[in-house]
Design a protein around this ligand. Structure first.
Ligand code: UDP
Length: 538
């Protein structure tokens, strides 16, 4: 693979003159370092200092201009992992005149996306932290197309899954180490720095125990568009996959093993009357795995990074995640969160080994593979006696590592029972029409009319029109929620109605002002916005 930056020759003299005269220009989006992405013209990088350089001239632009707040703690996160102190980006500043005394710049003509990969050897991290964020950062900025040059600045080598990163652009991604071979001072003609976090769904537990992100902003639809892109780039063809429905057991071969895999496969095949196959990262190419998963009815696997590939399952399929002894499935949910994203349309089932005699521990392995021999005797005993790993922070908790690297003999009967609680008939894609999940607009032309009977009784008649978008939609059930609030009070009376008008008489007093809030609800759970509040006087 060629490491040359471009076949396009640029006018070196003109480029240098422009850099000296105009300096660096930066305009960013985002209010904080954790949501910022910056677009640069003429951002430079000194491969000797291993620092980015911003050249000031009278034409340079720096927005936001944060002063020293740029260091508190950084201008932006270079990876999609939020606020991780090993992933910060900043630059040093120089006057453009200093270029006279510096090595001759080498210009990078390609539009660059400059970022850090977080953990390129772990498949979950590769997809969640890098591939999806890169894909959607590129969608955010029209300059970033298939011709984009990716620059991975975290300092790792290619890593185990470099082929996947290469799918995102037609140009070979470059690693930090390789920049040295290009020159002492590199200047990126046009570049974007940082990654969108909009698609990430999980936080790994650096400051609080791991769990789903607080504010998930991605749905199954965007995950599937990424899946489609990847499958096209991988040239995955559906030829040669079993014509019938089938189950996949995704096995690990190095650690966290299923000890009775053959028995498990036979049992699944028998129970669901389906062909059952095994795949593993070690025995299959990535294309083969994706091809097989993308048509499977069910994916059964030990907890682990390989389960991120359930994003390639077809809608309606089932994910069964197996957890070793003492590992509470509710505490480790990256794959559950993925499978249950709105609109993902996957069924998620977890199973945990609760029988100590079915687990195999490895106390004498190195600490990072779950060994505990280096700990105090009392601590070792406590861990061995415990039947649940307490919640903990990432990443070196020895009790967690000890338990997560156990091998497991699956209790087949208990597993089948758990799966059967959810999968009543045959697993897999049903001929199902997916409900579109579109939300109602505001109700229109809301009106009220009051009538007073005597000194203590009154009625409020309220009417409205359907939301504008409803006439273009097929909706199973349309309901209206109406809140009647006496002006100045904190409480309100809620009603769910199916008509477009209603006369309220309970607790309606004469000579009182009421605020009436109305919204439409599709299919029980798609809540629309409230229309402008209606003020009604009895
Ligand atoms: N891995 C694998 N086979 C194995 C064990 C691990 O392919 O038998 C892969 C795994 O999918 C992940 C990487 O090696 O991409 C690191 O695995 P580790 O157990 O450290 O992480 P986890 O799977 O728990 O996230």
């Amino acid at each position: 693979q060629s490491q040359e930056l471009s076949q396009v020759r640029i006018d070196y003299h003109a480029a240098l003159q422009a850099l000296v005269e105009d300096g660096t220009k930066m305009v960013c989006t985002g209010r904080m370092h954790t949501d910022r992405i910056c677009r640069f013209e003429s951002l430079c990088y000194s491969t000797e200092a291993e620092e980015f350089v911003f050249f000031h001239s009278s034409s340079s632009v720096m927005l936001p201009n944060l002063g020293s707040r740029r260091f508190q703690p950084a201008l932006l996160d270079l990876s999609s992992v939020e606020d991780h102190n090993t992933q910060y980006f900043n630059f040093v500043e120089l006057p453009a005149a200093a270029l006279k005394f510096m090595p001759k710049p080498v210009f990078v003509p390609d539009v660059a996306l400059i970022m850090n990969r977080f953990n390129p050897d772990n498949l979950m991290h590769v997809f969640h932290d890098d591939l999806l964020p890169i894909f959607y950062t590129m969608q955010q900025f029209p300059d970033l197309d298939l011709e984009t040059r990716l620059f991975f600045m975290e300092g790792w080598g290619e890593g185990l899954h470099f082929e996947l990163y290469r799918l995102l652009s037609s140009k070979q991604p470059l690693l930090r180490e390789q920049l040295k071979t290009l020159g002492r001072l590199l200047c990126f003609t046009k570049s974007y720095v940082g990654l969108s976090k909009i698609t990430t769904w999980y936080q790994y537990g650096f400051v609080q125990p791991q769990g789903p992100k607080a504010n998930i902003l991605v749905s199954g639809s965007e995950i599937r568009q990424f899946k489609t892109f990847m499958m096209e780039r991988l040239n995955v063809s559906l030829e040669g996959i079993p014509g019938e429905e089938y189950i996949i057991v995704f096995s690990r071969t190095i650690n966290r093993l299923i000890l009775n895999e053959a028995e498990l496969i036979l049992a699944l095949a028998q129970e669901f009357q389906m062909k059952t196959i095994t795949v593993s990262i070690e025995d299959h190419t990535f294309s083969e795995i994706v091809r097989l998963i993308s048509n499977a009815s069910m994916l059964v696997s030990m907890h682990g990074a390989q389960l991120v590939l359930s994003l390639f399952l077809p809608r309606g399929a089932t994910v069964v995640e197996l957890f070793p002894f003492a590992i509470n499935p509710e505490h480790y949910t990256p794959y559950k969160t993925l499978s249950t994203l709105p609109g993902m349309d996957l069924q998620y089932i977890s199973w945990q080994n609760t029988e100590k005699e079915n687990t195999v521990t490895y106390p004498d392995r190195p600490w990072d593979q779950g060994g505990i021999a280096h700990l105090d005797k009392t601590e070792q005993e406590r861990i061995i006696k415990s039947s649940e790993v307490p919640r903990h922070l990432c990443c070196r908790n020895p009790e967690w590592l000890f338990r997560i690297y156990q091998d497991t003999k699956i209790n087949i009967a208990s597993l089948i029972q758990v799966i059967r609680q959810t999968v009543k008939t045959k697993p897999g894609p049903k001929k199902q029409k997916w409900t579109s999940g579109l939300y109602p607009g505001k109700v229109r032309d809301a009106k009220c009319q009051a009538s007073v009977q005597g000194t203590s009784e009154a009625k409020l008649s309220v009417s409205w029109q359907i939301p504008w978008n409803l006439k273009y939609l097929k909706v199973r059930e349309v309901r209206y929620e109406v809140w009647i609030q006496e002006q100045g009070e904190n409480t309100y009376m809620p009603y769910i109605l199916s008509q477009q008008n209603h006369t309220f008489s309970d607790n309606i007093k004469p000579f009182t002002n009421y605020l009436v809030w109305i919204r439409c609800i599709f299919n029980k759970n798609l809540l629309g916005p409230f229309a402008d509040v209606l003020v009604c006087s009895t």
